[in-house]
Design a protein around this ligand. Structure first.
Ligand code: CUA
Length: 329
């Protein structure tokens, strides 16, 4: 008995992700149980009152139906007691709903002071993550388990919304304004990130992954990533920039056309542009297309790519060009 109590009272770090239910995905953060409790409180109230009201409606319709053509309805007066009961009792249930919801909202809105900081950027149509005070940036949100993580989020273009169902967190991501949300993952594993604000034709593919690691494994990963850009060979720097800046969301490296043209086997070739002219895909064209993508748009594609002027270092651009050269047919 004592052992059971101890197990029940053990810190959340001992928990694994709880399995999904019929309505809800697995619970993988400290917010999840609280959010689900409010959800099921409202859900079961709805089920209860649906049965009571439908039962009463059909039961009374049957009981008090007209039994003959000349039957008259008895004069009906009101019942003060009954009216107070059916106004007062549901009011209490609603106040409970408000208090639970408000507590949860405040909890989600105020990150603990010692949170681990990550900056999130939404772009049409990818997520990227940067770790302040380091050289680490990633297209997956890699975080340590059992550690509060504060996300400061911003969009480079239109409205997006950051949603991790397993953590029960969701918040709009806006241009020209920062929004903040936080979570503490309770178990090692991977969780999907959705964009839940329609943001154009790549919206449904605007996905990313949260990778939760043991704090010790996270430290190893972090130190591996935290290297000076100048120490990385150009091709490798280009490939990691291609991934971390979200280029891969619109450009394939295997020959298939996505929102933008593929990059495979393109270096050194001629490409037809929207206005009918042609251009040779060389270093200068690639650089221009990264910095000012609308300048020379390849025929058959829309000028939807955001400009990366000021977003990349010269060495990253060199790296991207060298990486594209390696993508041969
Ligand atoms: Cu970004 Cu939808």
């Amino acid at each position: 008995m004592t052992a059971l109590l101890v197990a029940l009272l053990a810190s959340p770090s001992a928990q694994a992700a709880k399995d999904a239910t019929f309505w809800m995905p697995p619970q993988a953060s400290t917010h999840a149980a609280e959010v689900d409790f409010v959800f099921y409180y409202i859900y079961w109230l709805c089920v209860f009152f649906f049965i009571v009201m439908m039962g009463a409606t059909f039961g009374m319709a049957w009981k008090y139906r007209a039994k003959s053509d000349d039957q008259r309805t008895d004069p009906i007066s009101h019942s003060t007691r009954l009216e107070i009961a059916w106004a007062g009792f549901p009011s209490i249930l609603l106040v409970v709903m408000f208090v639970l919801g408000f507590k949860g909202f405040i909890n989600l809105s105020v990150p603990p002071a010692d949170s681990f900081d990550v900056r999130v950027t939404g772009t049409k149509w990818s997520w990227s993550y940067e770790y302040p005070g380091s050289n680490v940036s990633s297209s997956d949100l890699v975080v340590p388990a059992n550690t509060p993580v504060r996300l400061t989020m911003n969009s480079r273009d239109v409205l997006h919304s950051f949603f991790v169902p397993d953590f029960r967190i969701k918040k709009d991501v806006l241009p020209n304004r920062y929004t903040v949300i936080w979570f503490e993952a309770t178990a090692v594993g991977e969780h999907i990130v959705y964009c839940t604000e329609y943001c154009g034709n790549g919206h449904s593919r605007m996905l990313s992954t949260v990778k939760v690691m043991e704090p010790s494994a996270f430290k190893v990963w972090f130190n591996e990533q935290n290297v000076n850009e100048d120490d990385i060979p150009l091709v490798q720097l280009g490939e990691s920039t291609f991934q971390s800046k979200g280029c891969a969301a619109c450009h394939s490296v295997d020959g298939s056309a996505l929102v933008g043209p593929t990059l495979k086997g393109k270096y050194g070739t001629e490409e037809k542009l929207e206005d009918g002219s042609t251009v040779t895909i060389d270093d200068n064209y690639i650089r221009e297309s990264i910095m000012a993508p609308a300048a020379k748009v390849v025929a058959g594609f829309q000028p939807t790519m955001p400009p990366y002027q000021g977003q990349l270092s010269d060495r990253q651009v060199d790296g991207l060009i060298e990486y594209f050269k390696t993508l041969k047919d």
